[in-house]
Design a protein around this ligand. Structure first.
Ligand code: ACO
Length: 437
């Protein structure tokens, strides 16, 4: 990276100055490198929530939140959504280039071969009560993969790192579907070699003995269902240094087992401010229920004394329409037409969006629908239960997590992630025996 510029920071208390280099990336704002600040001026920097701090260099994903731009390895999300598939996009994220046909065939084959889970791992599910949240099962089961792949795993070997990344991508739909089957008490379904990634997932979720459900039992292999699911996976595949990816990076920076690192990412994704938002949107729409009740909920979202927020609205980075939300909104029409015509929740969501986008509170704060405002409506039309929505996100985001893990591991300058703090606790004091307190 060239550093033609620098900024000068001056401490007026003592007149000391530090010249801090400005680092330019290929796109987006440059950054001021502050790593020498403590030795030069004796200060750390303070930036809760990492609002203006770059934690790493990365060549994977670029977002321009003001313009509503999202690029995976330089390719606009709109072009990938139209022409690519989830697995091709995962390859792009991992390798940095779109695959040639033979490369994609080999990658798809690698994924297919790794999609089974160890029979012993299946038994882990028996430890969960049937009503355990699927994300709780995901965190536990994905983390426990580290027990199967640890001793002989050499994460300094790029070939072994690649296999770990493939294994994670491949096993995620199998584990996710197993979470669902466990919760409804149905037998687990093995992945099939003749189905693609999204078809396989839907088959593992919904395949039932045809005697029980009749000839239409394979509704889920309808191309509208499988293509839309593939599109949702592609749109959720990566989003640069979001909370879960940063968690994966932080855990990875210690040299931890990759399966444990991805489990940490799943845990971070679960929260309603992040991947849990799609589940929260559906619950919110159900709670609103009817268009005439929308103003009451908009008023609550604007009330500082009310913790209620309009779920699926707002984003730390996008201060414009989330480009993924626009693509999903369009996809909603096709899926609903096929599987759930006249879904009242879709009508309600469109009305809510229209009212919010014309409200001064949302306009002033530049709050727009994010990726998850409409994704839940599609999942609902595909019969995916609400508590599985964040699991769907986790399957897709695994592509990004492993790409970031691989990038971090290949970076020779990588150091353990260890933030500083502004200590506001008690100054040094002496221990008092109980009777003297
Ligand atoms: N509803 C109502 N008000 C909101 C919303 C919302 N959804 N989002 C932000 N605001 C308001 C805040 O109250 C704040 O108002 P103020 O300036 O008067 O105090 C202002 O907008 C800025 O919001 P912050 O919380 O400072 O923004 P931040 O970047 O920290 O949070 C977040 C971003 C967490 C996404 C937030 O917008 C939110 O909670 N949205 C709802 C949850 C959601 O949809 N999350 C999914 C994010 S996308 C993803 O992870 C896939």
């Amino acid at each position: 990276m060239a550093d033609p510029k620098c900024v000068i920071v001056r401490d007026p208390a003592n007149g000391r100055e530090a010249e801090l280099p400005v680092r330019e990336g290929t796109l987006g704002p440059a950054v001021i490198e502050v790593r020498d600040l403590p030795s030069r001026l004796g200060y750390f920097t303070y930036d809760p929530g990492f609002v203006s701090t770059a934690s790493c260099r990365s060549a994977i994903t670029y977002i321009d939140g003001d313009e509503g731009v999202l690029l995976y390895r330089g390719y606009p999300i709109e072009q990938l959504a139209e022409h690519s598939s989830f697995l091709e996009t995962a390859y792009l994220l991992i390798h940095g280039e779109l695959p040639r046909p033979a490369e994609l065939t080999r990658f798809t084959e690698d994924i297919r071969r790794e999609s089974l889970i160890h029979e012993t791992l299946r038994k882990f599910f028996e430890g969960f009560h049937h009503d355990a949240h699927p994300m709780a099962m995901m965190v536990g089961v994905v983390g426990s993969l580290s027990a199967f792949y640890h001793g002989e795993l050499d994460i300094d070997d790029p070939a072994q790192r690649y296999i770990s990344a493939v294994r994670l991508l491949a096993k995620m739909p199998t584990i996710a579907a197993a979470c669902y089957r466990h919760s409804v008490g149905l037998p687990f379904v093995y992945p099939r070699a003749d189905l693609d990634y999204s078809e396989n997932f839907l088959n593992m979720m919904f395949s039932v003995p045809s005697l029980q459900y009749g000839e239409d039992a394979q509704w889920y292999l309808d191309p509208v269902a499988t293509r839309t699911l593939d599109l949702l996976f592609l749109l959720h595949a990566d989003h640069e240094q979001n909370a879960s990816t940063s968690t994966v990076r932080l855990a990875s920076s210690t040299g931890a087992n990759p399966y444990a690192c991805i489990a940490a990412g799943i845990a971070a994704l679960w929260g309603p401010a992040h991947g849990g938002a799609n589940e929260a949107v559906l619950e919110m729409l159900q709670e609103i229920g009817r268009p005439e009740r929308i103003p009451r909920f908009i008023a609550r979202a604007k009330d500082r004394n009310d913790p209620f927020r309009l779920m699926g609205f707002g984003h730390r980075v996008y201060k414009n329409y989330d480009p993924r939300a626009q693509i999903i909104r369009k996809a909603c029409h096709a899926v609903l037409e096929r599987f759930s015509p006249a879904d009242p929740l879709f009508e309600l969501a469109m009305r809510l969006e229209e009212i919010a986008l014309n409200d001064a509170y949302f306009i002033e704060r530049r709050l727009y629908p994010n990726v998850d405002f409409y994704s839940g409506i599609i999942y609902r039309a595909l019969n995916i239960p609400v508590n599985m929505f964040t699991v769907m996100f986790a399957i897709a985001r695994t592509a990004g997590w492993v790409a970031h893990w691989l990038e971090l591991k290949a970076d020779p300058g990588q150091r353990i992630g260890r933030p500083r703090q502004l200590y506001v606790g008690a100054p040094r004091r002496d221990y008092l025996p109980p009777a003297a307190r």
